[in-house]
Design a protein around this ligand. Structure first.
Ligand code: NAP
Length: 256
């Protein structure tokens, strides 16, 4: 039986979970693609390829060359470039695309959110007086904070920040979620944090800092989500699995 080749653009826990669910089906051959940002990526349940494709045209060439029947965009909500490339490449190669779009967190009573459009605006939102800021951002988003050396920083990243930031008062912690709210509350209190800068990643794994900030009355400067292409999408792994089923057609036509 000829298998349908599915390429999942991943880097998220949902991508890994979706790959595991699809891997159980013997009519599908699933490959997961990672950007290669982390030094020790977690184990994946399907074959993995690592690194960029060379833009939308490179991804389209890969889809055609590998005979991919369906592309899944299950990347991080802030990975806007690869999501745009996925939409363009799917169009160029004539391959159906479905996306997993993790819903954003919504503010609830007690949250003290300041929503800003980008990282430089987050730096400005820290204000003129010295603050004690917890930066829960990717390594590539930290450099703009060097423009505000009056603040004390606690930086958490998956891999160590190399080279370290050029700032007089910065401490580093490394860690891979999930981060429970109780642990986050302890971390914020231990470091005397009075403001958090974060992305609205959605999902439960990194929500602990938001809940902890609410309970401690701490401000959260949230970087707004980028605009992503409007493509068929689901909000959960199960939704996307169902969309994939529809996109590939009824099982009996596929000989399963
Ligand atoms: P991006 O800016 O959308 O992508 C930049 C380039 O990286 C893409 O153009 C592509 O290179 C390559 N790329 C990205 N994801 C890929 C994948 N799954 N497979 C193969 N190549 C991929 O995304 P980003 O640089 O990864 O991250 C941007 C934001 O997302 C940051 O805020 C980051 O903290 C956040 N984030 C991303 C991930 C993730 O796994 N990507 C996870 C957590 C958080 P080519 O154009 O050469 O194909």
């Amino acid at each position: 039986m000829a298998k349908h080749r599915i390429l999942i653009l991943g880097g998220t826990s949902e991508a890994r979970q979706l790959a595991a669910r699809l891997a159980r089906r013997d009519d599908l051959a699933v490959t997961l693609s990672l950007a290669g940002r982390t030094a020790n990526p977690v184990a994946q349940p399907v074959p993995v390829r690592v690194g960029g494709f060379g833009g939308a045209s490179g991804l389209a060439a890969c889809l055609e060359g590998e005979g991919v029947s369906l592309l899944v965009d299950a990347t991080h909500p802030y990975a806007a470039r690869i999501s745009a490339n996925a939409a363009e490449a799917a169009r160029l190669a004539g391959v159906p695309l479905v996306a997993l779009r993790r819903p954003a967190w919504q503010a609830v009573p007690g949250d003290r959110w300041t929503v800003v459009p980008d990282v430089p605006s987050a730096v400005a939102a820290l204000g003129d007086g010295p603050r004690r800021a917890f930066l829960a951002l990717g390594r590539q988003e930290l450099l703009p904070f060097e423009a505000a050396p009056r603040h004390s920083y606690l930086v958490r990243s998956v891999d160590p920040v190399e080279p370290p930031l050029s700032l007089p008062d910065v401490r580093y912690v490394t860690g891979l979620g999930p981060f429970p709210a109780d642990d986050e509350r302890a971390l914020l209190s231990a470091h005397g944090i009075d403001v958090i800068v974060a992305k609205n990643s959605g999902g439960a794994a990194t929500y602990g800092k938001i809940a902890a900030a609410r309970s401690l009355g701490i401000e959260v400067v949230l970087i707004a989500r980028p605009l992503l292409p409007d493509v068929p999408s689901g909000a959960s792994v199960a939704d996307v699995e169902a969309l994939i089923g529809h996109a590939l057609g009824p099982a009996e036509k596929r000989g399963v």
